[in-house]
Design a protein around this ligand. Structure first.
Ligand SMILES: [Zn+2]
Length: 111
């Protein structure tokens, strides 16, 4: 607990008060339980087989997918290279020959 700095003003006059860390310079308070956003992105994203997906993995589609708001259909078996994990409802950012899409990990299989 040495390099605490305030996320607002960048000063390091942070002191703990109960469940909060308080900045003496600007009065910013934050909960000790949510110190950084990385906490959430730590959640692992799993493919249809339960394998953990990582940035840069190659995957194939296990299902035909219609892309919302377009006439594009992604066919089962389509290979997608170098996915990017972004989190949220559609966790995987995929670049295909038809464009860039956000897809659900449960429709993908790691190859
Ligand atoms: Zn501050």
């Amino acid at each position: 607990m040495d390099s605490q700095t305030c996320s607002k003003c960048g000063m390091s006059n942070i002191y703990p008060d109960g469940d909060f860390l308080i900045c003496a310079d600007c009065g910013d308070e934050r909960s000790v339980y949510q110190q950084d956003e990385e906490f959430q992105s730590d959640l692992s994203i799993k493919d249809a087989n339960g394998n953990v997906l990582n940035d840069g993995d190659d995957v194939v589609l296990i299902k035909d997918l219609k892309v919302k708001g377009s006439s594009i259909n992604l066919k089962v078996g389509t290979k997608i290279k170098g996915i990017r994990i972004v989190g949220g409802d559609h966790e995987v950012d995929c670049k295909t020959s038809s464009g860039q899409f956000m897809l659900k990990a449960c429709f993908l299989k790691k190859v």
